[in-house]
Design a protein around this ligand. Structure first.
Ligand SMILES: Cc1cc2nc3c(=O)[nH]c(=O)nc-3n(C[C@H](O)[C@H](O)[C@H](O)COP(=O)(O)OP(=O)(O)OC[C@H]3O[C@@H](n4cnc5c(N)ncnc54)[C@H](O)[C@@H]3O)c2cc1C
Length: 461
């Protein structure tokens, strides 16, 4: 192996790849990272970060709406899309530079080009150069699905383009029922657009707790977003002044933009993986890996969205770090993919950790549900009709909290802390024994005295 150019070649300068490269370089490895687009990857460039900045922008609308009840009279506010986009771009450029600086500071080198496999130890760069590597980490992330090739699909944008629209769409149709579709629906609605969500299933947020799904939908509809379920867009016509989306239910909707956010697929195409024997997970098309993120080829590893395990930034980072510890730190580290707290930045927000009610009832014989649905103190004076929902799912046999689901302001912030308690295997008695913080919405979580439902599953015959 003495003739190899580098100890580690990382394909992809996103969340997982950058963390792995920095930690491996810290252990003294000779590391090269190839990035074909912009350093920082999806999260920094066209995912979590720019999206959250846009969420903040749209929150201002709600604050303005709430102001009158508290005595403020504010002249009609105006919103300028190009200012938001320019300021967002400035911050993203700053972050991209910080990612590059910190990575190079760690000792790793960066090549700004595409890399593909030539053979199991050789990468071919977009420049035509070849690099031999002892270990290779595939951290190429994912990409938006476009769905079926319906007539007019070329007019449809994805989450990649939505961050760069030149003009603000006063009317937008968003197809999809997952978190990305709904977050953008709420962003655009908050900024003043007419928003229609189109989703093929019977309700939005598939996989989330049923009460969360129902509550978020109701709140979105209250805020004026039209949510059409059980149908799809099957044709898009372009006109001089916008687009018409034709739906499978026979109706049609005029808009200034049509966006699809109907899922993402692992970025594996064209990497040359087929020729070197890297196996895929037949269930989801991601790269198949073991608990140490090792692929079927022993010196090749994969982390983050390309493995299609749990597609979240902190998970990709943790997997990248664990890989570097395992391979270069000689300290085998497994990533625990259980009880990962997560947020959906809809308005109101969702925070969730652990099992949903359906999963809990399938796994445990005695499940108690504690649930509350209330108007927050702030809403009583602001006049907002928005309601908060909180739910604890408890294994009645051991008293352990199996899941916590919150829909309401700052739910993402709250669930980070509840996540610690759930990870520590907190019981309902631990929650009850914790003094409330008053007056907050979160105090409800420690004052839920009586189960709203108790489920006992009959033993199987
Ligand atoms: C709109 C949106 C919002 C999101 N919001 C959140 C959120 O709020 N919270 C959260 O936790 N997660 C969120 N995510 C998910 C999160 O962005 C991803 O889980 C995370 O970025 C995955 O990191 P990664 O390292 O696996 O891949 P990425 O960050 O996607 O990095 C992969 C990199 O590899 C590069 N690349 C690909 N192929 C090659 C090649 N052959 N050669 C060189 N370079 C290559 C790509 O250009 C890219 O920069 C969001 C995603 C989207 C799309």
């Amino acid at each position: 192996m003495a003739d190899l150019d580098v100890d580690l070649f990382v394909i992809g300068g996103g969340s997982g790849g950058v963390r792995a490269a920095r930690i491996a370089a810290g252990y003294g490895a000779n590391v090269l990272v190839a990035e074909e687009y912009r350093m920082g990857g999806t999260c920094v460039i066209r995912g979590c970060v720019p999206k959250k900045l846009m969420v903040y922008a749209s929150h201002v609308r709600h604050e303005l709406d709430d102001a009158a009840g508290f005595g403020w009279s504010i002249p009609e506010a105006t919103f300028d899309w190009s200012t938001l986009i320019a300021n967002k771009d400035k911050e993203i450029a700053r972050l991209e530079a910080a990612y590059t600086f910190n990575l190079e500071k760690s000792g790793a080198r960066i090549v700004k080009t595409r890399a593909v496999f030539e053979d199991a130890h050789t990468l071919r760069l977009g420049t035509g150069e070849r690099v031999k590597a002892k270990h290779i980490l595939i951290a190429t992330g994912g990409a938006p699905n476009h769905g079926e090739a319906i007539p007019g699909i070329e007019h449809v944008i994805s989450s990649n383009e939505v961050f760069h629209l030149k003009t603000f769409p006063k009317r937008i149709v968003i197809q999809g029922g997952g978190y990305i579709a709904l977050e953008f629906a709420c962003i655009f609605a908050g900024l003043g657009a007419d928003v229609t969500v189109v989703y093929r299933g019977d309700n939005i947020l598939r996989g989330f707790d049923e009460d969360v799904r129902a509550h978020v939908r109701k709140e979105m509809e209250k805020s004026g977003i039209a949510v059409l379920t059980g149908c799809v867009v099957n044709k898009v016509d372009k006109h001089e002044d916008g687009f018409t989306s034709h739906l499978s239910n026979g109706s049609s909707i005029a808009s200034d933009q049509v966006m699809f956010a109907i899922g993402r697929h692992p970025n594996v195409k064209g990497l040359g993986l087929e020729n070197i024997g890297v196996a895929f997970n037949p269930k989801n098309g991601g790269i198949a890996v073991n608990e140490f993120s090792r692929t079927s080829v022993p010196h090749i590893y994969a982390v983050g969205d390309v493995t299609h395990r749990i597609n979240l930034t902190p998970v990709a980072i943790r997997e990248g770090h664990a890989f570097a510890d395992t391979v270069f730190g000689k300290r085998p580290v497994r990533v625990d993919h259980n009880d990962i707290p997560t947020a959906v930045f809809t308005q109101p927000e969702v925070g969730t950790v652990g099992l949903n009610e359906t999963e809990a009832r399938a796994k445990f014989t005695h499940v108690d549900i504690y649930k509350t649905d209330f108007r927050s103190l702030k809403s009583t004076v602001s006049g907002s009709e928005s309601r908060v929902m909180m739910k604890l799912i408890v294994d009645a046999s051991t008293d352990r909290i199996l899941g916590c689901h919150i829909v309401g302001p700052e739910a993402g912030e709250l669930i980070q802390i509840v996540g610690v308690a759930v990870k520590m295997k907190a019981t309902k008695a631990d929650f009850d024994g914790t003094m409330a913080v008053h007056p907050t919405a979160a105090e409800e979580l420690v004052t839920l005295r009586t189960p709203s439902a108790r489920h006992v599953r009959e033993a199987a015959e």
